[in-house]
Ligand binder design. Structure first.
Ligand code: 6PG
Length: 472
C-alpha cells in the first residue's frame, strides 16, 4: 500500500465509524490503537477488505502517512488526549496536522492550538456530533483551530459530513478552541431539549394518563410539524414504543430515573454565566439531571411529603396533538436554541472567534443530535440580521411566542398545581416573562446592596451613580 491519506488514533465506537466513513469516501487510512489487539479485531471485522491498514506503534503509524499528515484523534478528552499529543509530537514534521474529534474542553483546545502551532504543526479541535450512526453515514462537524490546517482537510471533511438540501454540515468555525466551544454549546442545547421532551412525557403520562403507545403517537405527530420536526422528537417516539426483551413491557418504564452527564452541559452553563448570558432553560436541564441523581433521598421524602396528582387539567387529546403541551414544548425548545445562540454570539466577541451564526445553524441542520427544521428558521433569522440580539427579536419567532405563551403559562401552572416538576418549561416561562417586561424587581436588589454595602445604584430619572444613607 502506498502512503495513506488519513490516520486515525483511537478505535472506540466513534473512531471506528469515522475511519470507515473516510475510507468509503476514497481516503486510504491507517489506524492505531493503544492496544493492538483491538486494531487486529477491527481489521478482521468491520475493517476487512477495506483500504485500511493497522500500525503497531506510533512511529509506524506516522511513517505510513503521506505528508502533510492528517491525523484524527478519537480518544478520551483530558489527559488521554494530552498523552497522545506528547507521544506523537516527536515524530511529526512541519505542516503535519492533528485533529481532536473528542468532546474536549475548549480551554484545553486553546492551549493545544498554541502549543502545536508554536512547533509549526497544525491543530484542529473539532466537535463531532451524531453518535455512531452519524459518524459512519455523515456527522455534523465543527472544526476550529489553525485555518491553513482546515484548508488542508476541507475536502476530506466535506465528503465525510452529513449533507442537507443546501450543502454539507461542516465549515471552518473559527480560531483556537472555537470548534469545541460550539460543540459544547450544541450539547447544552441537547440537554435542554432532552429534558423538555422528558417533561412533556411526564405530564402526558401522569396528568393526562396516556399510555406509551398513545404518547409515542403524539411525538410522531409533533415530528411532522415545522416547529418540532427533529431527531430528538423522532427518537423519543421510538424510545416510548420500544418493548423490553426481559419483561415484554415498555423499556422506558423499567429504566431507573437517574441521568448522568459527561460534562459538556455543565461547561455550557459555566461559560454562559461567565459571559453574562442568561440560560435558564439549559441550566434547568442540567440541574434536573443532578436532582434526578438524588434517588434515595427522593424516595424517602416522598413518604413524608406525599402528594396526589390532580388529573383535572386539560392538555388536549391525541386528535389535536395535545395542543397546549405542544405549544409549551415549542416555546421551550426555541428558548433552548435562543439561549445557546446567545452564548455563541457573546463568545464570538469575547474570545475573538468571529463566529458566523448562519453557518453554525447550517452545520447543525443535519447529522447532529439537535438537528431540526427550526434550525432553518434560526439560520434565516441570523442571515436577515447578523446582529440579532436574541431570536425573540425575529418576527417568525416572536409570532410563535405571542401565539403560544398562554398555553405555556397554562401548562406550567397546571403542572405546579398537580405537583409535577417541570423545570425546563417553567424556566422558559420565567425567561420569556423576564424578557418581555421593562421593569424587573432588581431596583430593590440594588437598594439592598447599597444599604448593606454602599454598592451604589443607578437611577431612572437622572444619570450617575448614587448612594443613600439608608440606616440613618
Ligand atoms: C453528540 C453528543 C455526544 C455527547 C453526549 C453528551 O453530539 O453526538 O452530544 O457527543 O457526548 O450526547 O452526553 P452526556 O449526556 O453523557 O453528557
Amino acid at each position: 500500500m502506498s502512503k495513506a491519506h488519513f490516520g486515525l488514533i483511537g478505535l472506540g465506537v466513534m473512531g471506528e465509524n469515522l475511519v470507515l466513513n473516510a475510507e468509503r469516501n476514497g481516503f486510504s487510512s491507517i489506524v492505531y490503537n493503544r492496544t493492538f489487539s483491538k486494531t487486529e479485531t477491527f481489521l478482521k471485522g468491520r475493517g476487512f477488505g477495506k483500504n485500511i491498514e493497522g500500525a503497531k506503534t506510533i512511529q509506524e503509524f506516522v511513517d505510513k502517512l503521506e505528508r502533510p499528515r492528517r491525523i484524527l484523534m478519537m480518544v478520551k478528552a483530558g489527559s488521554a488526549t494530552d498523552a497522545v499529543i506528547n507521544n506523537i509530537s516527536e515524530y511529526l514534521e512541519e505542516g503535519d496536522l492533528l485533529i481532536d474529534g473528542g468532546n474536549s474542553q475548549f480551554q484545553d483546545t486553546e492551549r493545544r492550538v498554541r502549543q502545536l502551532e508554536s512547533k509549526s504543526f497544525g491543530y484542529i479541535g473539532m466537535g463531532v456530533s451524531g453518535g455512531a450512526k452519524g459518524a459512519l453515514e455523515g456527522p455534523s462537524m465543527m472544526p476550529g483551530g489553525t485555518k491553513s490546517s482546515y484548508d488542508a482537510i476541507e475536502n476530506l471533511l466535506t465528503k465525510m459530513a452529513a449533507k442537507v438540501d443546501d450543502g454539507p454540515c461542516v465549515s471552518y468555525v473559527g480560531p483556537g478552541g472555537s470548534g469545541h466551544f460550539v460543540k459544547t454549546v450544541h450539547n447544552g442545547i441537547e440537554y435542554g431539549i432532552e429534558q423538555i421532551l422528558a417533561e412533556a412525557y411526564d405530564l402526558m403520562k401522569r396528568i393526562s394518563r396516556l399510555d406509551s403507545n398513545q404518547m409515542s403517537q403524539v411525538f410522531s405527530q409533533w415530528n411532522k410539524t415545522e416547529e418540532l420536526s427533529s431527531y430528538l422528537v423522532e427518537i423519543t417516539e421510538i424510545c416510548l414504543k420500544t418493548k423490553d426483551d426481559f419483561s415484554g413491557e415498555f423499556v422506558v418504564e423499567n429504566i431507573l430515573d437517574k441521568a448522568g452527564q459527561k460534562g459538556t452541559g455543565l461547561w455550557t452553563v459555566i461559560s454562559a454565566l461567565e459571559l453574562g448570558v442568561p440560560v435558564p432553560t439549559i441550566y434547568a436541564s442540567l440541574n434536573a439531571r443532578v436532582m434526578s441523581s438524588l434517588k434515595e433521598q427522593r424516595m424517602e421524602v416522598e413518604k413524608f411529603l406525599p402528594f396526589d396528582v390532580d388529573h383535572e387539567f386539560n392538555f388536549g387529546n391525541i386528535s389535536n396533538s395535545m395542543k397546549p403541551l405542544f405549544d409549551a414544548v415549542v416555546l421551550s425548545t426555541i428558548a433552548s436554541y435562543a439561549q445557546g445562540m446567545d452564548i455563541l454570539k457573546e463568545a464570538s466577541t469575547f474570545y475573538n472567534y468571529d463566529l458566523d451564526m448562519p453557518s453554525i445553524a447550517q452545520i447543525w441542520k443535519g447529522g447532529c443530535i439537535i438537528r431540526s427544521k427550526l434550525l432553518k428558521r434560526i439560520q434565516d433569522a441570523y442571515e436577515k440580521d447578523p446582529n440579532l440580539k436574541n431570536l425573540i427579536f425575529d418576527s417568525w419567532f416572536n409570532n410563535q411566542i405571542s401565539n403560544k405563551l398562554d398555553n405555556l403559562s397554562y401548562v406550567v401552572s397546571a403542572a405546579s398545581k398537580a405537583s409535577i416538576p417541570v423545570p425546563c418549561l417553567s424556566s422558559t416561562l420565567d425567561y420569556l416573562n423576564s424578557y418581555r417586561t421593562n421593569r424587573l424587581p432588581q431596583n430593590l436588589v440594588q437598594a439592598m446592596r447599597d444599604c448593606f454595602g454602599s454598592h451604589t445604584y443607578e437611577r431612572i430619572d437622572r444619570d450617575g451613580s448614587f448612594h443613600t444613607e439608608w440606616l440613618q
